[in-house]
Write a protein that binds this ligand. Structure first.
Ligand SMILES: Nc1ncnc2c1ncn2[C@@H]1O[C@H](COP(=O)(O)OP(=O)(O)OP(=O)(O)O)[C@@H](O)[C@H]1O
Ligand SMILES: [Mg+2]
Length: 366
């Protein structure tokens, strides 16, 4: 850290020399000026811990100089001590305080008194520098933190996107390629069976179950494919996908579902409908895994320009500590998912009464 500096302004060279010798120290640098104008030039170039300013000077006097120093942004808070002859009257002393003096010292100064006054200001200046440095460092750290948070967020969003694209591709391949191959196989076996001579009918009976198995496998393939990426979502949209997912949930868990889809929801872009759908799936998974609920109310509606989707269960109720916990990665992921649209998510649990989750996604239509 650079040394603090003090500025001595006096038109009398004897005074200047006496003062600068008196105040010479390893703790600070001493700069001298012989006029108000020279003092202003120094003040423009560097900061001072304190300025000792002679009142009576030809040209710019001490008061005018002080006013100008205070008027400049860089030196508006620099402490000024006026040095004055014994014949100054009280009025001019008040004037000195008005233009920003912090102290008033009669010439010739008492050496120890002046030294200790100056050292107080030097110490203050040193502390100030340390603080300023600390603030700058903290600001820098904060900016870096913010930047890295932004990067992480962008990365997370990108990963979601890639994951979704991958799912779409794999789902399509499984559905189309595997599904077609199985259908082809089934047709071939059928053709062979149709060509079997009458007296080989018992053979046909043996092959029959294989056809049933193939049908079963086709069902499984469809289920895996739509588990990865429901075709309804792409073909029929969010509302249909929510309906479908609700039925699947009921089938899988036996938990009663009440679905309310009031009013028309406009066709959403793929990003929003995917986000809403995935969050919906996660919420239902949470209900199945954690809630011990017997009933779920699901509602989707449009509130002016915002899509509202809520999932309320009658289970044990999520603990409020878990709602905000950084360990609740599932919830965190849901929040992150709607952040790019300026959306939000609220989750409230009440003990043994249930959990209410509500997500809002602005549609950006207006
Ligand atoms: N509907 C709910 N009812 C009661 N508790 C819930 C409900 N949803 C979530 N919780 C509680 O909140 C915790 C955090 O949920 P979150 O979805 O973040 O994580 P998870 O489901 O445990 O794991 P993940 O979703 O990452 O597979 C859960 O572990 C559970 O204790
Ligand atoms: Mg979860």
């Amino acid at each position: 850290m650079p040394n603090a500096s003090i500025l001595i302004v006096d038109d009398d060279s004897k005074n200047r020399i006496a003062l600068s010798e008196l105040l010479q120290s390893a703790e600070h640098d001493v700069v001298v000026a012989e006029s108000g104008n020279e003092a202003l030039r120094h003040v423009l170039k560097q900061d001072f811990a304190v300025i000792l300013l002679d009142v009576r000077m030809p040209g710019l006097d001490g008061f005018e100089t002080a006013k100008l120093i205070r008027g400049r942004e860089r030196s508006q808070h620099t402490p000024i001590i006026f040095l004055t002859g014994a014949d100054e009257d009280l009025r001019s002393m008040f004037h000195g305080y008005e233009v920003g003096a912090v102290d008033y010292i009669l010439k010739p100064p008492i050496p120890e008194a002046l030294k200790s006054k100056v050292s107080v200001f030097v110490e203050l200046d040193n502390k100030n520098s340390v603080l300023t440095q600390e603030i700058a460092e903290r600001k820098y750290a904060e900016e870096r933190l913010k930047k890295s948070e932004e990067n992480l967020r962008a990365l997370a969003a990108r990963l979601q996107l890639v994951r979704e694209e991958e799912r779409v591709r794999i789902s399509r391949e499984i559905h189309d390629e595997l599904g077609q191959a199985l259908t082809g196989l089934k047709m071939e076996i059928n053709a062979v069976m149709n060509q079997l001579p009458r007296d080989e009918m018992n053979l046909a009976a043996k092959v029959e179950p294989a056809l049933g198995q193939i049908d079963g496998i086709i069902q499984i393939v469809r289920r895996i494919a739509s588990g990865l990426r429901p075709v309804v979502l792409d073909q029929l949209g969010l509302t249909a996908a929510i309906e479908w997912q609700t039925k699947e949930f009921l089938k899988r868990t036996g938990i009663r579902c009440e679905l309310s889809l009031s009013g028309e929801v406009p066709a959403l872009d793929q990003e929003r409908s995917t986000a809403a759908f995935r969050i919906f799936q996660e919420l239902l998974t949470n209900v199945a895994r954690h809630a011990r609920a017997t009933r779920v109310e699901i509602e989707m509606r449009l509130e002016s320009d915002t899509l509202i989707l809520s999932v309320n269960d009658n289970g044990k109720g999520i603990a409020s500590t878990l709602v905000q916990s950084p360990k609740s990665l599932g919830l965190l992921g849901m929040r992150e998912r709607i952040l790019p649209f300026g959306g939000s998510m609220e989750i409230v649990g009440s003990r043994n009464k249930g959990t209410r989750a509500k997500i809002s996604i602005p549609l950006g239509l207006r």
